[in-house]
Design a protein around this ligand. Structure first.
Ligand code: ATP
Ligand code: MG
Length: 151
């Protein structure tokens, strides 16, 4: 369906803000317009990225969700200031059942499926997903989707 990208992202962010007292989900949105995609699945991807950002940043409280539009692409990024991902594990996190082995101070529950599923959804919608991260500093997960002209 056609939907306003920012509005859909905002709805998911507001739903998830209700699940945490500790973390503040900051929205930094630029005009995106409408896209044609599976709105529910995009919401599912956002939920996976934001729940990860919350889970893997136990000692910081800010999470920044930003959107932008460039040419015929919309991009959304979820940035946290948490544990980060070691350089050599950055590509592996998108694999099925892959989890970075836990630190000594913390154990984080999970199956290692969220990012695999998210990446598949975005790929099937014709987009792509990537991560920038520094171990011990934080992570930024982004995905882009194409904007096709409304006819
Ligand atoms: P679930 O299936 O419940 O989502 P999960 O969170 O372990 O379990 P993924 O979401 O696929 O699985 O993430 C895979 C791994 O990537 C995680 O186990 C974690 O090691 C790492 N990871 C994902 N997001 C982050 C993040 N924001 N910061 C640091 N590490 C992350
Ligand atoms: Mg996860």
């Amino acid at each position: 369906i056609w939907f306003d990208f920012n509005l859909a992202i905002q709805e998911t962010v507001q739903d998830l803000q209700h699940t945490t007292n500790k973390h503040i989900l900051v929205m930094d949105f630029r005009e995106t317009g409408k896209i044609y995609a599976d709105k529910e699945r995009i919401g599912q991807v956002m939920t996976n990225l934001i729940t990860n950002a919350i889970k893997y940043s136990p000692h910081s409280n800010r999470i920044i969700i930003s959107t932008q539009r460039e040419d015929n692409m919309v991009t959304v990024c979820v940035e946290d200031f948490g544990i980060g991902i070691p350089e050599d594990k950055k590509e592996k996190v998108f694999e099925q059942f892959y989890r970075v082995s836990g630190s000594k101070q913390h154990t984080f529950p999970g199956l290692g499926l969220g990012l695999y599923i998210s990446n598949e959804i975005i790929r099937r919608e014709g987009g792509k997903m990537w991560v920038n991260s520094t171990e011990g500093k934080g992570s930024v997960f982004c995905f882009s989707l194409p904007v096709t002209n409304e006819t």
